[in-house]
Each structure stands twice: as structure tokens, then as C-alpha cells.
Design a binder for this molecule. Sequence first.
Ligand code: FAD
Ligand code: EPU
Length: 299
Amino acid sequence: MSFREELQQITENRARLEEPLERHNTFRIGGPAEFYVAPRSVEETSQVLQLARAHSVKVRMLGNGSNLLIPDNGVRGLVLHVTRPIGTMEQRGNEVQCGAGVPLIQLMQFAARNGLTGLEWACGIPGTVGGALLTNAGTPAGQMGDSTVAIDIVDADGTIRTLGPEDFAFSYRKSSLRGSGRIAVGCTVSLQPADTETILQTIKTYNQRRLLTQPVGTRNSGCIFKNHPDHRVGQAVEQAGLKGKRVGKASVSTVHGNFIINEGGARAADVLELIAEIKDSLRSELGVELQEEVEIWNG
Ligand code: FAD
Ligand code: EPU
């Protein structure tokens, strides 16, 4: 049987061919995935990974697509979309075990309702728990790695197991899961007891700040660049006079200089050109080499 036939068999015909990926990312940009499936369970995820490996089909993981730029021509191979079916949440004392398909904000709200503090920083981050583990999502107030004590994974060969703290490492917007071929299917976070009202007040304060400082409600992918040790990129872009700069239907946010906005109908090529122009400009003005935080997929 061909890869396609076997994939349809495993997924009971739920796999899609040439699925438009612009539907599945917050930039609303990008062409189709050759093969696309949103597994219904961890076991199905494992079966699909084993099949892809047997057929040497490249697998890319997708969460909420809030840190991605997908090429206009789409991608070959399989896009494995970790969504709500992989999404149980369970409190055990001060710990919460959570599926990777759960929106990070829902995990934060679940913790708050149950009187657990430590995830308030997550408000306003539109990713899944899986994406947050991969990118070590965070703000100066905290990050995913701070509370993660176990990660449930499916290895590239389909093995389902749990990693302990000795098996993973987190740094600024990075985790050791990246590039490992492993899929995060869940994690356990360890939090501290606190008063729910106080937690909700902190979340409200963070939300208000974000509404004032970021282009909330637009099509974007969060900060495009990592902050440089000596420079806040948003500030540097502003000082370089690049806010509002436009290529096609993509523009540098006038609210925050480290965001690029899809004004409607922007192509990945427009965004890439804008990224190159910002990098060139800050290289010559400040002598710094910016590093992308947004992940740029190749076809
Ligand atoms: P995706 O963008 O879908 O994927 C990101 C990476 O994770 C990819 O490499 C993907 O292959 C991999 N991946 C996804 N799920 C899995 C999985 N289950 N197993 C293995 N690999 C997986 N980020 C911050 O850190 N701080 C912020 O304050 C912040 N603010 C944002 C505000 C806005 C408006 C937006 C649009 C984005 C913001 N981001 C921020 C960026 C983004 O939300 C985070 O990086 C988030 O963690 C990405 O999660 P995701 O589910 O969307 O992942
Ligand atoms: N600033 C400007 N002009 C701008 C933007 C910012 O002068 O256009 C100034 C601000 O006034 C402030 C400084 O730059 O003095 C830092 O700005 P901000 O507080 O907005 O934080 P940031 O460093 O730009 C980081 C994260 C964000 C996260 C916020 C939470 C990175 C790359 N960015 O932004 O994360 O939401 O802190 O405060 O680490 C993301 O990773 O996608 C992301 C959005």
C-alpha cells in the first residue's frame, strides 16, 4: 500500500491532501500541506509517526501556528497537527498534567481556578501547550520551562514515554525538544498554591499591558526576532524609523516594532523581504545580527 492509503487506513480517512495551511496559523499565510492529519489520540500519533518513518516521509509538527511563517507554495510531506483531542487536564496536588493540544491560556485559566500560581505570564500567548514546550514560550515574568517537571512524548520511532527533568533543557525561546523529531503530547507542570482572586488580578494586569503595547487582534506571529542581549528589538526598529514600513500587504506594526502584520493577503515572500530589510538596516545602524524567533518553514 502507498503512504497515502496506509495513512487513510490508520486515520479512518481523516487525513487531508493539499490542506491549506493559511487556515492553521495566526499570520494567515502559507500554501498547502501535501499530507495533513490531526491525530485523535496519542496512540494514533504513534502509528502515524511509525508509518511516516517507514516511508521516509518528512513530518512537521503544528500547534496553533502562532510562531510560524509557512511558504507560499506550501510544504511537502506530512503536517501533524496536535489539537484538542490530545488535551486532557488533571490536577494532582500542586501539579497539573496537561495534553499538548490544550491552548496554553486554558492551562493558565485551569490553574488559576484551582488556586495554583506560576503560569500567569502565559496570558496573551496564543499557542498550544505543545508549542509552548518547544519554544519555551514566556515573558520576562516567567516561561514554560520554569514549571515543567515532565514531558510526555512520542519518539520519532513511535515509542510513547515520559521524559524527566534530566532529559530536557530550556533556554531563552528554546528547548532541547527542538530538532529531536519528538512530538510533545503532554506535560506536567508544578505550581504553587495561591488565592485565585490574586492570580486573576495579575492576569488582568498583564492583559492590560499587552493591549497597550502589542497589536492585539491583528494577523501576526508574535515577535519576529529574539531580543538581542544589548537591544530590545522593538525599540531598535522604532529608533531606526522602520515602524509602518510596508512590503506588499505586510507591514511593520506601528504599535510594536518587533511585530509584522499581515494586512490581508500578504504573502510569505512579502514578510521575508521585510525581515531581510529590518536585518540589513539594524546590521548597518547598530552592528547587530538579529536572529529570527519566528520559525520559517522551507518547502
Ligand atoms: P506553533 O507555532 O504551531 O509551532 C512552533 C514550534 O513548535 C514549531 O517548531 C512546531 O513544529 C513545534 N510544535 C508545535 N506543537 C508541537 C508538539 N506538540 N510537539 C512537538 N513540536 C511541536 N511567544 C512567547 O514566547 N511570548 C510571548 O509573549 C508571545 N506573544 C505572542 C503574541 C501573539 C499575538 C502571537 C501571535 C504570538 C506570540 N508568541 C509569544 C509566539 C507563540 O505564541 C509562541 O511561540 C507559542 O508557544 C507557539 O505555540 P504554537 O502552538 O502556536 O506553536
Ligand atoms: N519598545 C519601543 N518601541 C516598540 C516596542 C517596544 O520603544 O515599538 C520599548 C518598550 O517601551 C520597552 C522595551 O522596548 O521599553 C521592551 O518592550 P516590551 O516591554 O514590549 O518587551 P519586548 O522585549 O519587546 C518581550 C517578548 C514578548 C513578550 C513581552 C512581554 C521577546 C522577543 N519578546 O517583548 O514576546 O510578550 O516581552 O512583556 O522576547 C514573542 O516572543 O513573540 C513575544 C511577543
